[in-house]
Design a binder for this molecule. Structure first.
Ligand SMILES: *[C@@H]1O[C@H](CO)[C@@H](O)[C@H](O)[C@H]1NC(C)=O
Ligand SMILES: *[C@@H]1O[C@H](CO)[C@@H](O)[C@H](O)[C@H]1NC(C)=O
Ligand SMILES: *[C@@H]1O[C@H](CO)[C@@H](O)[C@H](O)[C@H]1NC(C)=O
Ligand SMILES: *[C@@H]1O[C@H](CO)[C@@H](O)[C@H](O)[C@H]1NC(C)=O
Ligand SMILES: CC(=O)N[C@H]1CO[C@H](CO)[C@@H](O)[C@@H]1O
Length: 483
């Protein structure tokens, strides 16, 4: 499992914190006018704010709290304007990313606020992430966090603006896992938001997620797919004859468990399609094949150059480490995978791209090895709680990128109250509506110029804007002072 969302993050939350302090002091020297120029920064703000969150929202007697980090961006805010809550997902949240939300905030005169997900980054209740201490890490607790935060922020804003009993209209945004949280927030707390954008939202928990690998084949196209499949066969052969040599070739000698290594290789290809860089992967492989060169070697070069920094995150020895540190996000997300949502990216029985050894057993063994006996995901319970693709929500926009393997865990059908839009183009991946193309590295303001069909993105963005406009106005009519 690789994170559903890329973390446009500096390596370390601690460093990020230092950077944020430095950035703030240097930025404040600039005039506000300068800051409003077309925004080339990666973050709208990195100035951390804190509030005290309840550790266990579901216990009647445990009143412990922990510090949760959040951000606010008020440059575009008009005082009766809406508040956009951009949800941070399964990684450190060093600030509010400067994606398409800044364009929307400008258009609607909105404030943008963002809350770091519990346990990730600097919002961990514990210094030791033992399995026992992780028991308050779930999407259900995270949704409650957002609800409590939303109330807290509205009240503190009212105080600041010397208003009482006023409610600004809220709208919630998220991409990927945080896209699912965005949809689920509107489902569970419909009185707290006028609507939600659920971009590439993985709302359906899936046990054996074979559609994922199949989509990679479709996104790759026949020629690239065939080369990737041949590479998988050759690597499996070389693993059997000389595993040390082939792992070394990929710069992954530390991955002693073959499954970890094969998963790493599979994800290196996945991320190319997921984040909108298909040609960077496929072109050199197809060329190597045509030239009769060693295609395993060609792939190893690609993997080392583009994905080499991630090797250690596939090492189960590292995932077992309980000390809170800059790489804890991997352990934390695997915990959510191993308890709630699975999305086990197993090889389909036929025509697979990844090695057939990346199977259900591999995932279950990982959950047990990393977190202990009895840890495995109850996806049925998750889908009963939220409804999966049958989510009984309203005023939620779903968007999918055509090349994104995750779209098969998103909502399939459209209805007037829950429209679902597909953005189709050659490099339209995960969260294209919010992030443009490619999504990694991040393009400021989610610029869509480099999408192979900017028009496809533009059309969906227009629909999103229309939906937000309509639902915000309905929200205002239905009595904003009623709360
Ligand atoms: C959070 O709680 C701590 C400890 O009780 C307190 O010192 C701090 O002022 C609180 N912070 C906020 C923002 O309320
Ligand atoms: C805040 O509002 C109250 C009541 O409307 C008013 O009397 C007071 O002058 C206001 N204070 C400021 C600082 O605007
Ligand atoms: C998942 O796949 C495994 C291996 O093919 C199979 O044994 C298991 O029944 C499947 N589980 C579900 C819930 O589909
Ligand atoms: C397996 O996949 C191949 C290639 O897509 C296809 O031609 C074949 O019909 C599939 N076989 C089965 C049993 O599904
Ligand atoms: C509206 C829309 O096109 N949604 C798509 C999201 O992804 C699923 C899975 O591929 C498609 O079936 C839907 O058509």
């Amino acid at each position: 499992m690789k994170f559903a969302a890329p973390a446009p993050a500096p390596a370390s939350p601690w460093i990020a914190f230092l950077i944020s302090v430095l950035l703030v002091s240097s930025v404040s020297a600039l005039s506000p006018r300068l800051l409003r120029q077309p925004n080339s920064k990666k973050y709208l703000t990195t100035k951390a704010l804190w509030f005290n969150q309840t550790l266990d929202h579901f216990s009647p007697y445990d009143h412990r709290q922990f510090g949760q980090r959040y951000y606010e961006f008020l440059d575009h805010f008009t005082h009766n304007g809406p508040i956009f809550l951009e949800i941070c997902g399964e990684s450190v949240c060093p600030g509010i990313p400067n994606d398409y939300i800044s364009v929307l905030a400008n258009k609607f005169g909105a404030a943008v606020v963002s809350l770091e997900h519990r346990y990730y980054g600097m919002s961990s209740p514990f210094n030791s992430l033992t399995t026992e201490n992780l028991k308050y890490l779930s999407s259900k607790q995270a949704l409650f966090d957002l609800a409590i935060f939303r109330q807290y922020y509205q009240e503190s804003l009212n105080l600041k603006l010397n208003k009482s009993n006023v409610e600004n209209p809220w709208f919630v945004f998220g991409v990927s896992y945080s896209g699912a949280l965005s949809a689920w927030f509107r489902l569970k707390f419909p009185h707290l938001t006028c609507g939600s954008l659920a971009s590439s939202a993985v709302i359906q928990a899936i046990y054996n997620f074979t559609e994922f690998d199949k989509q990679i084949g479709i996104s790759a196209g026949p020629e690239c797919k065939a080369v990737l499949q041949e590479i998988t066969r050759l690597v499996d052969e070389r693993l059997a004859s000389n595993d040390k040599e082939v792992k070394l070739m990929f710069g992954a000698a530390e991955l002693k468990i073959d499954g970890d290594f094969l998963y790493y290789l599979a994800d290196a290809a996945v991320t190319a399609f997921q984040y909108g860089n298909p040609d960077k992967l496929c072109n050199p492989l197809i060329e190597a094949k045509k030239a009769g060169e060693d295609i395993v070697k060609a792939y190893a070069t690609y993997v080392r150059e583009n994905y080499g920094d991630d090797v250690a995150t596939y090492n189960q020895q590292n995932l077992k480490k309980t000390a809170l540190n800059v790489n804890s996000g991997d352990r934390l997300w695997w915990f959510q995978v191993c308890t709630e949502v699975a999305y086990f990216q197993v090889a389909p029985s036929n025509d697979s791209i990844r090695s057939p050894r990346v199977d259900t057993r591999y995932h279950l063994d990982l959950c047990k090895n990393v977190f202990g006996e009895g840890i495995y995901p109850d996806v049925d319970a998750t889908n009963v709680y939220y409804g999966g693709t049958k989510i009984a929500g309203s005023k939620i926009i779903f968007t999918n990128g055509s090349q994104d393997p995750w779209r098969h865990a998103s909502k399939q059908t459209s209805s007037p109250d829950m429209p679902s839009y597909l953005i189709s183009c050659h490099n339209c991946g995960h969260g294209t509506d919010m992030r443009g193309c490619p999504q990694s590295p991040l393009v400021p303001e989610g610029d869509a110029k480099k999408c192979s069909s900017p028009d496809a993105v533009r059309k969906v963005r227009q629909k999103i804007t229309d939906n937000i406009d309509l639902w915000l106005s309905l929200c205002l009519v239905s009595g904003r002072s009623s709360m």
